[in-house]
Design a protein around this ligand. Structure first.
Ligand code: 5GP
Length: 216
């Protein structure tokens, strides 16, 4: 990945972990700084919840349509999560990164692993819920899933959380303000990696080399 290419942030967390709110908050901060950032809208075979809109929260498609896209290689990654298929289309990501736009993916642990395999410079962040009680409370409060679905999501959450050490950063989302600051810090730190600052650093270094040579 070169310096002018956008940064890819993979943000994973169990459902109800609060990552969507967190990502949207950090993106607002980035746009206030004049940086272009995009929240990748995934495809899913899950039925839309009452408050969700096609093309905004997800592209809602049926299984055959999803499978056709998968067979054509249109997904950067896809996985079965809680009994439904979810995938990130290449169209959501690749062109934007090439244009220098940062892209945020809100995906599960399996998807994170697939993306990292061929985009190794992607920054992987795991957002951890602060406790079992709090995750349960959040899932109940959003009134979108039945008790059985919530129980399944929490069981899957435990599986996902065990994988936290595969990530570059772990943010415990106890207070939204603190977690937002933490994610913004990760974004800032990602831009300080050597391959990101190469051109500026080279110019400074060459200035030093010229000066040192003159003194010799
Ligand atoms: P929900 O149904 O609550 O919106 O999402 C359920 C889970 O699917 C979450 O962990 C979410 O991160 C994950 N997910 C959403 N979109 C994608 C995607 O495109 N790919 C993968 N692998 N997981 C996704």
């Amino acid at each position: 990945m070169g310096e002018s290419r956008g940064e890819l942030f993979i943000v994973a967390s169990p459902s109800g972990g609060g990552k969507t709110t967190l990502i949207r908050r950090v993106m607002q901060e980035l746009s206030a700084e004049g940086r272009e950032a995009h929240f990748s809208v995934s495809h899913t075979t899950r039925a839309p919840r009452a408050c969700e809109r096609h093309g905004v929260d997800y592209y809602f498609v049926d299984r055959p349509a999803f499978q056709t896209m998968a067979a054509r290689g249109e997904f950067l990654e896809f996985a079965e999560v809680h009994g439904n298929l979810y995938g990130t289309s290449r169209a959501e990501v690749e062109g934007r990164l090439d244009r220098g736009c940062d892209v945020f993916l809100d995906i599960d642990v399996q998807g994170a692993r697939q993306v990292r395999a061929f985009l190794p410079d992607a920054v992987k962040v795991f957002v951890f819920p602060p406790s079992h009680e709090e995750l349960h409370r959040r899932l109940v409060a959003r009134r979108q899933d039945s008790e059985a679905t919530i129980a399944l999501r929490i069981r899957n959450a435990v599986q996902e959380m065990r994988e936290y050490a595969e990530f570059d950063y772990v943010i415990i989302n106890e207070r939204l303000e603190d977690a937002t600051r933490a994610l913004a810090s990760v974004v800032a730190a990602a831009r300080m990696r050597p391959f990101r600052v190469r051109a500026r650093v080279q110019t400074i270094l060459e200035g030093f080399e010229r000066a040192v040579k003159k003194e010799e």
